[in-house]
Design a protein around this ligand. Structure first.
Ligand SMILES: Cc1cc2nc3c(=O)[nH]c(=O)nc-3n(C[C@H](O)[C@H](O)[C@H](O)COP(=O)(O)OP(=O)(O)OC[C@H]3O[C@@H](n4cnc5c(N)ncnc54)[C@H](O)[C@@H]3O)c2cc1C
Length: 415
């Protein structure tokens, strides 16, 4: 397929959660929107566990009923295992908020992303799959459109008043403008796959995310229950430790780490691997700007922290939503400056900073949530809030003073 017009109000590059949210809400605002997605959906994608904080954006997109109809496991909590195999009590999101929004989903991304892109099309965005954007076109420092390859092999230029970059880790604009900073303290790699037939907990714990530290704390695993008796399982560690210092292939490394994680090994004893291991690395970075003249960045195209707290999709949805409102205001005031389009940047950055501090705490070898909460029980609410995606709550701001007494927190990054 090729675009039906030569020019649009907005072009959104990438049909992941961030791009679909921005495209859907801008189309709802009455803008002409072209959403260009490189892949043909459905396709595999990692990043399957949601935070309850996604609820409000789903409500705005009108997809809650569709999500409720799916077989995606319901996620009520997160649970952490220490390297010695000791389990924390699950952190139940409903402990702070008994509303239905405190239960979220573990999603098969192939189905979830298809649902999201259908929502963008339903709201009126023109969606084209197998449309790979090669370049963003600039007139001086102002974005004016894109050049891309469409399904028929045609290379075409399409113009727009605003370009929203939602290209995920490709981060087309920030890499081209060389405004990306990688997070030196978080140079991680991950090896992951799906299993069928893994042992599950029962009742409201059946859909929980479980995080397992390995003996020696050099790596950790996620266990995310998925539909049809599948589970997503992945290991994360420093690139040097996990990949560069080893001779074996990804499968051998995965099993070597698994052998240092008895409770997960037990859970997977009768499970079968569903497809070959996948590997990804160096995924923590942030752009120095969230917007420029006639362009704006959302989701991973702006930045990504770390998989540990499942915050990626939450931040993708929030930034997609805030960017859509900023772009709408820009059209209303005929002002497409960086200041107007990036008005949400400081708030997005503040949320990322809170999560980032918690990421560094997790990677501090002698820090544990159990010990932290035994010493500062008044921080329980703040921890549940941040794990829920309620990252702007006052309770969250109050945890970092006490936390700094038990581990070194990173210097804040400002936009
Ligand atoms: C190991 C690992 C585990 C993770 N686990 C979780 C988790 O459990 N929970 C969670 O919330 N997050 C998790 N994440 C992060 C999560 O996957 C991302 O934050 C989320 O997908 C970001 O959404 P997005 O829309 O910004 O980007 P994406 O979902 O990456 O979507 C970008 C889209 O842009 C398209 N695209 C790219 N380049 C082009 C181009 N040139 N032209 C056209 N289209 C293009 C891609 O095909 C893709 O569909 C994890 C990440 C990693 C690395």
């Amino acid at each position: 397929m090729t675009p039906t017009a030569d020019s649009y109000d907005v072009i959104v590059i990438g049909g992941g959660p961030a791009g679909c949210t921005a495209a859907a809400l801008l189309a709802e605002h009455g803008r002409s929107v072209l959403l260009l997605e490189r892949d043909l959906f459905p396709r595999f994608k990692v990043g399957e566990s949601l935070m309850p904080g996604t609820y409000e954006t789903f409500a705005r997109l009108g997809v809650l009923d569709k999500l409720n109809e799916t077989a995606f496991p319901r996620k009520h909590s997160v649970q952490f295992y220490s390297g010695s195999g000791r389990a924390s009590k699950p952190f139940y999101f409903s402990d702070n908020n008994a509303h239905e929004s405190s239960v979220t989903w573990q999603v098969l991304r192939s189905d979830f992303d298809a649902l999201m892109i259908a929502a963008a099309a339903d709201k009126g965005a023109e969606v084209i799959h197998e449309a790979s954007v090669h370049d963003v076109l600039f007139d001086g420092d102002r974005a004016v459109g894109v050049r891309g390859k469409f399904g028929d092999g045609d290379i075409r230029e399409v113009r727009a008043t605003v370009v929203v970059d939602a290209s995920g880790q490709s981060a087309l604009i920030s890499r081209r403008l060389k405004i990306v900073s990688t997070e030196a303290g978080l140079r991680k790699a991950s090896i992951y796959t799906h299993f069928t037939g893994a042992q599950r907990d029962s009742g409201i714990d059946e859909g929980a995310t479980i995080i397992y530290q390995t003996e020696g704390k050099d790596s950790w695993f996620w266990f995310i229950p998925l539909p049809e008796d599948r589970a997503s399982v992945g290991v994360v560690g420093d690139i040097d430790y996990l990949i560069q210092s080893r001779d074996g292939d990804a499968t051998a490394i995965f099993h070597e780490e698994l052998s240092k994680c008895a409770p997960l090994e037990e859970r997977l004893r009768r499970a079968e691997q569903a497809f070959p291991m996948k590997v990804t690395k160096d995924f923590s970075y942030r752009s120095k700007q969230v917007a420029g003249p006639s362009w704006v960045l959302v989701g991973d195209a702006f930045g990504f922290l770390d998989p540990i707290y499942s915050s990626g999709i939450y931040l993708a949805l929030k930034s997609g939503e805030w960017a859509a409102d900023a772009v709408h205001d820009a059209f209303e005031s005929d002002d497409f400056s960086a200041e107007r389009l990036g008005v949400f940047g400081p708030k997005l950055n503040e949320g990322m900073e809170a999560l980032r501090k918690l990421v560094y705490a997790y990677y501090t070898k002698d820090f544990s949530f159990g010990r932290f909460l035994r010493r500062f029980p008044e921080c329980q609410q703040g921890i549940i809030d941040i794990l829920s995606g309620n990252v702007y709550a006052d309770s969250v701001r109050r945890i970092f003073g006490p936390m700094a007494e038990m581990c070194e927190l990173p210097e804040e990054i400002t936009l």
